[in-house]
Design a binder for this molecule. Structure first.
Ligand code: GTP
Ligand code: MG
Length: 303
């Protein structure tokens, strides 16, 4: 941590509808994979910090779950985490997929008005629509809400991201840094490893199944030769789901495990031995104690 009085540091919450590209943007801003992404909705389940240093400024990005109307206890903790990040931040980036109907933003914009924080409109996925559409969209949004500034970017293709980062870094208030210079995220390695496996499960499974599963790292062992042995449980809610995840003669789980293992080996820079098993944990999404065990609910909120 820096003690220098010349340093600056602050928080930037990245919020918006689910699938807008928030996690893709946070990874680009940090320059490393700190949070998982997918083409499916509701991928991010908790607040994850991604940290970047620009000269004397440490910028702490908060990736958040998407804003949607929650039903289950689990969905409520997700949306609550997104709003909590907005209360805790210096700047809010409101990310918008330019293909979406603008009226869908109304509820969130109304609620953000009461926060009294600077909100930046980030129109994302500009690679997918013509420029005229973007200008009209920017005008319509700015007629609805007093955005501090509007940016047009493509998080996936890294367009406009470096300008955004430079602008945000210049706005950070004078403060000691909150994290060591080389720290990229607040996610402990065992949680990151579980997220990587979940990303591959999301990629391979369809319809409702991804939402019925959670991944937990049960054991983590580093050997003298540098290899890592990681054992993880994939929780599902029903026996029928377990059968699908495992696949014929275990083929699907094996393929997913192989992909995750390759990525984990690259990430941790060593040989990884990954062991996955699937367990039926009925109603884990409704059990708040269980959500706390999975680090998806803050234990102090349980009282
Ligand atoms: N074409 C295009 N696709 C993008 C862009 N940014 C993100 N995506 C894609 O949009 C999908 C969702 O991206 P995520 O980063 O997971 O979105 P998110 O907002 O974090 O979603 P949740 O965590 O589910 O709320 C992925 O398939 C991304 O590859 C972009 O600029 N252009
Ligand atoms: Mg996300």
């Amino acid at each position: 941590m820096s003690e220098s009085p010349n340093t600056r540091c602050g928080f930037v919450a990245v919020v918006g509808a689910t699938n807008a590209g928030k996690s893709t943007l946070v990874n680009q801003l940090v320059g490393a994979k700190v949070t998982i992404t997918s083409r499916k909705v509701q991928t991010t389940r908790r607040r994850i910090l991604g940290i970047q240093v620009v000269d004397d400024a440490q910028v702490i990005f908060m990736d958040t779950p998407g804003l949607f109307t929650p039903k289950t206890a689990f969905e409520k903790t997700m949306v609550k985490a997104a709003w909590a990040a907005m209360y805790d931040t210096d700047i809010i980036l409101f990310l918008w997929d330019v293909r979406m109907d603008i009226t869908k933003a109304d509820k969130a914009l109304r609620r953000m008005e009461g926060l009294g924080k600077p909100v930046y409109l980030i129109l994302n996925k500009i690679d997918l629509v013509p420029r005229e559409t973007l200008l009209a969209l920017a005008a319509a949004f700015n007629a609805k809400f007093a955005f501090e500034k509007t940016y047009m970017i493509s998080a996936l293709f890294n367009q406009g991201v470096s300008d955004l980062l430079a602008d945000l870094a210049s706005l950070m208030p004078a403060s000691p840094w909150h994290f060591p210079e080389d720290q990229l995220s607040d996610l402990p390695q065992r949680l990151l490893a579980a997220e990587i496996t979940r990303e591959h499960l999301f990629d391979r499974l369809h319809q409702e199944l991804p939402y019925s599963l959670a991944v937990e790292t049960e054991s983590w062992e580093a050997f003298d030769n540098g290899d890592l042995r990681i054992a993880q449980v994939v929780h599902v809610e029903k026996q029928a789901q377990k059968i699908i995840v495992v696949g014929k003669s275990g083929a699907r789980l094996k393929a997913i495990g192989q992909q995750a293992r390759v990525e984990l080996s690259e990430l941790f820079g060593c040989k990884v031995h990954l062991f996955l098993h699937v367990r039926v944990t009925p109603r884990w999404r409704e059990d708040r104690t269980y959500l706390a065990d999975l680090c998806l609910e803050d234990p102090k909120d349980l009282k």
